[in-house]
Design a protein around this ligand. Structure first.
Ligand code: PNS
Length: 173
């Protein structure tokens, strides 16, 4: 049987425990798993730079031998071919994810039939978790325990506080 090299693409702004759960599951299934951070087209909403997101993902996955972290821009399927990947891993949390994920998977398959999309479900406790919700809770001073790793929580708190201070500073000028 041929080796399965899978790409797990996403924004990872920041990486959550739900992402890590999926990475862990994927690392057991695939020969190689490349977690790939997509260049954000809309940078205004992002909390962390690509380098910072990569740094956090590397720190959280370096103990998994067949997992690596990378970044990409442009079309996902073109990146898959460049990386000799034959699969894309995506997580489905709830039925609400399905419509968008189906559209993306079918469009990717139309553009590049050599790449299959594989959906996996994270553990139930992460079914309502997303990076967007983590950013929002952090901005509003809510608890992040259990949603992101401790190291990520510290970085998020630091960043949100810093952004808040800069915003107040600008307002006072
Ligand atoms: O974490 P996200 O934001 O759900 O990830 C979405 C992502 C990055 C996987 C998706 O937007 C993507 O694949 N972007 C790359 C550009 C691309 O190939 N677009 C066509 C999709 S059909």
């Amino acid at each position: 049987m041929k080796d399965i090299v899978a790409i797990y693409p996403g924004s990872f702004d920041p990486v959550t425990n739900g992402h890590l759960d999926l990475i862990h599951r994927g690392s057991k299934l695939f020969d190689k798993l490349i977690v790939s951070i997509a260049q954000n087209l809309d940078k205004s909403e992002s909390l962390f730079s690509m380098e910072e997101r990569k740094e956090m993902l590397v720190a959280m996955t370096c103990h998994m031998d067949n997992v690596s972290v990378d970044t990409f821009d442009g079309l996902l399927v073109s990146y898959c071919i460049r990386k000799n990947a034959n699969a894309v891993l995506r997580g489905i949390r709830a039925i609400s994810d399905y419509e968008f994920e189906l559209q993306m998977a079918l469009m990717n398959r139309k553009m590049e039939p050599r790449v299959e999309t594989i959906f996996m479900m994270p553990a139930e406790q992460y079914s309502y978790l997303s990076s967007r919700i983590v950013r929002e809770i952090a901005k509003l001073g809510g608890p992040l325990k259990g949603l992101v790793p401790e190291m990520v929580e510290e970085r998020v708190r630091e960043r949100v506080t810093h952004k808040h201070i800069s915003a107040v500073g600008k307002h006072l000028l």
